[in-house]
Design a protein around this ligand. Structure first.
Ligand SMILES: [Zn+2]
Length: 391
C-alpha cells in the first residue's frame, strides 16, 4: 500500500508521512476515527482512563481528592462523577453504568459506557462508538447532524434496594420532648421495625439502613450511601424517618415530605429549617455545593416519583393510625433529600412536643402501627413503580 500513497506524499511536501500512513491504515481497516481513546480492561471490565479521555477530547477536569469526585467540562456540557459510583450526572441527566468509576494504579478510570455517553454529550456533532480496544468519535455528516435530537441518558431500573434512614443520631439528638424523650431514639426504633417488615416481604430487594446504632452521620453522607447502590437496571428508594417538634404543644399529627425548593407553606419551611439544623454539627459541611444544585436540577422526574412515594407512605400511615390526624403531604427543602438520585421522602411520624403523641411514639405497639403504615405505603409504591417502568 505504500506504493500507492508514496507518489501523493512526494507531491504534497507539507504532509507528514507518518500521519498519512496512520490515516491510510485507518481507512483500510474501515474505521476512520476523528478522535480515538484506548480502552483499558480491569478485572474483565472495559474502562477509559480519565487522563486519556480529558486529553483526547480537550476537556477540563477538576477533581476533589477529599470527596473523590470530579467534574469534566467542555463548552456548556459537563459530567459529574465519583470514584466508587456507577452513577454520573451528564448535562442534567442521570447516567447509570453497570459498574463503578474506579481508582486504579494512581489514576481514575471511567466505565466505557459512561465515557461513551459523556463523549456524545460533549461532542454532539460526532458519533461515538465503542470498538474492541478503543472509543472512537467520528464526525457526523451534515444531514445526520440535522436529524440530531437531545439524548436522554436516564435508564430506569426496577426497585432493587430500599434505604431506611433513621433521622439524627450520636451527638445530634434531634428534637427533645417532654420527659427527655429524644427524636433520634424513636426514629431508630421505628426504622428497625420498618426494616424487619420489609425484609419479611422482600427476598429480592436489598433493605439497608443508614445507621443501626446511636451514631452520628452527616446529612450528605446519608444520600451518598443510597446513591452508591444505583446501577444500570437497579434503582432504589430512600425514606428518612423523623419526629416533629413545635413551639405549640397543641400541634399533633403525622405528615410526609418530598423535596422541593418551593415549600408548600411557612409551616413546611420551618420543619425543613429544623431538620437542616444539624449541618452546623458536621465537620465538612458543603454549604453551597454546586453539585447539590445540579442534583436539584435533574430532579423533575425524580421529584414526580418522590411525590408519588410520599402519597403512598402518607396514605399507608393514615390507614393504620386513628389516634392522631393526617397532616398530608408537603413539599420542603430538606437537605438530606437533596443529594438523593432516586425517589426519596421524609416522614415526620408525629410531634414530640405534643404530650399524648409523644407518649404514643414511645410505645412499642404504636411504633408497630407507624412502621406497618410506612411499610404498606412503600410496598404499594413499588408495585405501582415497577408496573409504570415496564410500560
Ligand atoms: Zn428530625
Amino acid at each position: 500500500m505504500l506504493k500507492i500513497i508514496q507518489p501523493i506524499v512526494s507531491g504534497k511536501r507539507s504532509f507528514s508521512l507518518t500521519a498519512f500512513i496512520v490515516a491510510a491504515v485507518l481507512i483500510l481497516t474501515g474505521a476512520s476515527a476523528d478522535k480515538a481513546i484506548p480502552l483499558t480492561v480491569i478485572d474483565g471490565r472495559k474502562y477509559i482512563s480519565l487522563n486519556d479521555f480529558t486529553k483526547a477530547l480537550d476537556l477540563e477536569n477538576s477533581f476533589d481528592h477529599i470527596y473523590q469526585k470530579g467534574r469534566l467540562y467542555y463548552k456548556k456540557h459537563y459530567m459529574v462523577y465519583k470514584s466508587g459510583y456507577a452513577v454520573a450526572v451528564i448535562d442534567n441527566s442521570l447516567f447509570t453504568s453497570s459498574y463503578e468509576v474506579k481508582r486504579h494504579r494512581g489514576g481514575i478510570y471511567l466505565p466505557a459506557d459512561m465515557a461513551l455517553a459523556a463523549s456524545e454529550a460533549f461532542y454532539p456533532g460526532f458519533t461515538s462508538l465503542l470498538e474492541d480496544k478503543r472509543l472512537i468519535l467520528v464526525q457526523k455528516k451534515q444531514e445526520e447532524r440535522k436529524a440530531d435530537h437531545v439524548q436522554i441518558y436516564t435508564t430506569k431500573g426496577r426497585i432493587g434496594f430500599i434505604i431506611i434512614d433513621p433521622g439524627h443520631g450520636g451527638r445530634d439528638p434531634g428534637a427533645v420532648g417532654k420527659g427527655g424523650v429524644r427524636e433520634k431514639d424513636i426514629t431508630l426504633q421505628v426504622s428497625l421495625k420498618i426494616e424487619a417488615l420489609l425484609k419479611k416481604k422482600y427476598g429480592n430487594i436489598k433493605i439497608m439502613m443508614t445507621r443501626r446504632t446511636d451514631r452520628f452521620i452527616e446529612l450528605a453522607q446519608r444520600a451518598e450511601i443510597a446513591n452508591r447502590e444505583i446501577k444500570k437496571d437497579v434503582n432504589g428508594l430512600f425514606i428518612s424517618v423523623h419526629v416533629n417538634a413545635s413551639i405549640s404543644p397543641k400541634i399533633s399529627g403525622f405528615e410526609t415530605y418530598y423535596l422541593s425548593q418551593n415549600p408548600t407553606n411557612e409551616e413546611a419551611r420551618k420543619t425543613a429549617a429544623l431538620e437542616n439544623n444539624v449541618i452546623i454539627l458536621e465537620n465538612n459541611a458543603p454549604a453551597d455545593d454546586v453539585e447539590y444544585m445540579e442534583a436539584l436540577m435533574i430532579t423533575s422526574q425524580i421529584q414526580k416519583e418522590s411525590s408519588m412515594l410520599a402519597d403512598f407512605v402518607q396514605r399507608g400511615m393514615d390507614n393504620k393510625i386513628s389516634e392522631f390526624r393526617s397532616r398530608g403531604v408537603h413539599r420542603a427543602d430538606f437537605y438530606v433529600l437533596r443529594g438523593a438520585l432516586m425517589p426519596a421522602v421524609l416522614a415526620e411520624i408525629g410531634f414530640i412536643t405534643h404530650k399524648k403523641e409523644a407518649a404514643s411514639l414511645r410505645k412499642n405497639s404504636y411504633q408497630d402501627k407507624v412502621a406497618a403504615g410506612v411499610c404498606s405505603g412503600i410496598i404499594k409504591f413499588i408495585d405501582h413503580y415497577n408496573k409504570m417502568i415496564e410500560q
